[in-house]
Design a protein around this ligand. Structure first.
Ligand code: PEP
Ligand code: MG
Length: 529
């Protein structure tokens, strides 16, 4: 009888979205249609969160010293105070989400205490802030569903919040039936060195089967034999961002100065990078640090995140972009119209904008902060947001809270803004977002593989618009932070379009450094290169 041979590994052609190779057991994601929309948080959720906070405090009280015990008793008393719950309840009845109803009530209480005559009462403010945040943490809304560590995520698409909530330290990879290399999950995968392929088409596999994602070759390998099924972990990211402690100040071959900064997705990405190797942070996507409605309402948490990054930068410019939520970056727990994104969503949800403005104003005294606005379309967008910052700053001045009004600039990622850049007199700086420019110029969706920001078909139109916008931008600081900035094949054309400041994912620093060093300022190849 003929011996039945084992099926040979099956290689499926896909497209690379993030390099590296990983293998492991399959996790099959539920189709997005089956994922239910989060319900708005109301009375019940608030009551449960308060109960959770009380339980936590009671546990903390066990074994604590007399002084801490007194503070905890006071905090529990406040949480049990029916007036507080009633005030928050009235706000919920008036249509507020439980998160902001709670924040509004407790902020009012803190302000009352701050203006009290008695020193002892004033000192209670910080205890109230603490319980405000404890309840907020318990009110995070729908938790993001995680999957086993080390597994290969297989599905039609993936939400950025899922990527961010997952622990990738033990390996794992992503294979999407659809997706795009320009999508936000691909961008995160590249910055965390998680192998990822997209456009694999729907393929048959079962949960737990071992497969391999080859992000270098752009393939998915199925039917692995036991030997090749051994888990492959991607090589850890390069620890250093670049060799030279030159503050990211480079020279073209003919001597022009070019600045090289980094884009930051998750704030802990700075941990392996020496600040002196870069000019600063050209883009921090705050939506990847503030991932739930409760975080968006948490001024203290945001302040701590921004302050840490500013202190790391040690005086170098740190450009923090306000929350670019909506579209393929939903905020967990927020029900918002699907057509709203970026600054338009912030104006529709002014409480979120104001909490972020306050935490940025306070963080600004710890470094060289620049605030960047996402998806700006009209000059009035900049003025309207600046007004919010001014109002919050005036309130801080009134309360004696230390703060500084930072420069406020904008992403140039909506074609209407790029074409009219000379009209944006009140923006303090510009940064080109070629990912969204490509997407909006081609009437494509961000997940459309063919129309990605670095696709050969799309790039000429983006470059032409960019060159025009640079010409009319005047003398304001100007940089580029879209993916095109990190593509060394396009450095010459970007230089020729007049770009002098590149902000790229940390992994792209060496390639862009070397590309700039081999070119003249007009993008021509230096002699002998
Ligand atoms: C861009 O659009 O190019 C950009 C940098 O913003 P994001 O990729 O976060 O949309
Ligand atoms: Mg964008």
């Amino acid at each position: 009888m003929k011996k039945r041979s084992m099926a040979a590994p099956l290689r499926l052609k896909a497209t690379s979205a993030s390099p590296g190779v990983a293998s492991g057991p399959v996790y099959i994601a539920e189709p997005p249609a089956a994922v239910s929309q989060p319900a708005a948080l109301g009375h019940l959720e608030l009551a449960t969160a308060i109960e959770t906070a009380i339980n936590e405090l009671q546990n903390l009280a066990i074994g604590s010293d007399a002084e801490s015990g007194d503070i905890i008793d006071f905090q529990i008393e406040v949480l049990r105070d029916p007036t507080i719950v009633e005030m928050a309840g009235a706000r919920i009845n008036a249509g507020e989400n439980a998160i902001f109803a709670w924040v509004g009530t407790l902020d009012g209480y803190v302000r009352e205490l701050e203006s009290a005559e008695e020193e002892q009462l004033r000192a209670r403010g910080v205890d109230i802030l603490d319980i405000k945040n404890r309840v907020l943490a318990a009110l995070t809304g729908t938790p993001v569903e995680d999957f086993p560590i080390g597994s290969i995520y297989v599905g039609k698409d993936m939400e950025p919040s899922r990527f961010l909530a997952h622990d990738w330290s033990a390996g794992g990879g992503i294979a999407l039936y659809a997706g795009s290399a320009a999508g936000h999950v691909a961008l995160l995968a590249r910055s965390r060195s998680v192998p990822m392929v997209i456009g694999a088409g729907r393929f048959a596999t079962a949960a737990g089967q071992h497969i391999r994602v080859d992000g270098d070759a752009g393939v998915v390998v199925l039917q692995l034999d036991s030997q090749s099924a051994a888990p492959i972990r991607p090589t850890p990211p390069v620890a250093s961002a670049g060799p030279a402690a030159d503050n990211g100040i480079l020279r073209t071959k003919d001597g022009s100065q070019i600045l090289l900064s980094i884009n930051l997705n998750a704030p802990d990405e700075i941990d392996g990078i020496i600040a002196a190797t870069v000019a600063g942070i050209g883009l921090m996507r705050s939506e990847f640090a503030v991932t739930s409605l409760a975080d968006a309402a948490n001024e203290e948490k945001q302040f701590a995140i921004y302050r840490r990054v500013l202190e790391w930068a040690d005086g170098r410019p740190v450009t923090i972009r306000m929350l670019d939520i909506g579209g393929d970056k939903p905020l967990t727990g927020l029900l918002a119209s699907p057509e709203l994104r970026g600054i338009r969503l912030l104006f529709a949800q002014p409480k979120i904008a104001r909490v972020q403005a306050r935490s940025l104003l306070r963080a600004a005294i710890f470094g060289n902060l620049r605030v960047m606005l996402p998806m700006v379309t009209f000059p009035s967008d900049v003025d309207q947001m600046r007004q919010i910052f001014r109002e919050e700053a005036a309130e801080f001045t009134h309360r004696g809270v230390p703060h500084r009004l930072p420069p406020i600039g904008m992403m140039v990622e909506v074609p209407a803004a790029a074409l009219m850049l000379d009209q944006f007199e009140t923006a303090d700086f510009f940064s080109f977002g070629t990912n969204d420019l490509a997407h909006h110029l081609t009437a494509s969706t961000r997940n459309d593989v063919e129309f990605g920001a670095c696709s050969e078909k799309v790039v000429p139109a983006v470059l032409r618009l960019l060159a025009y916008a640079v010409k009319i931008a005047g003398s304001k600081p100007l940089s580029i932070c879209g993916d095109l900035a990190g593509d060394p094949r396009k450095t010459a054309e970007l230089l020729s379009a007049g770009i002098r400041h590149f902000s790229v994912a940390p992994a792209q620093l060496p390639a862009i450094r070397s590309a700039i060093g081999g070119l003249n300022a007009d993008g021509t190849k230096a002699a002998g290169e």
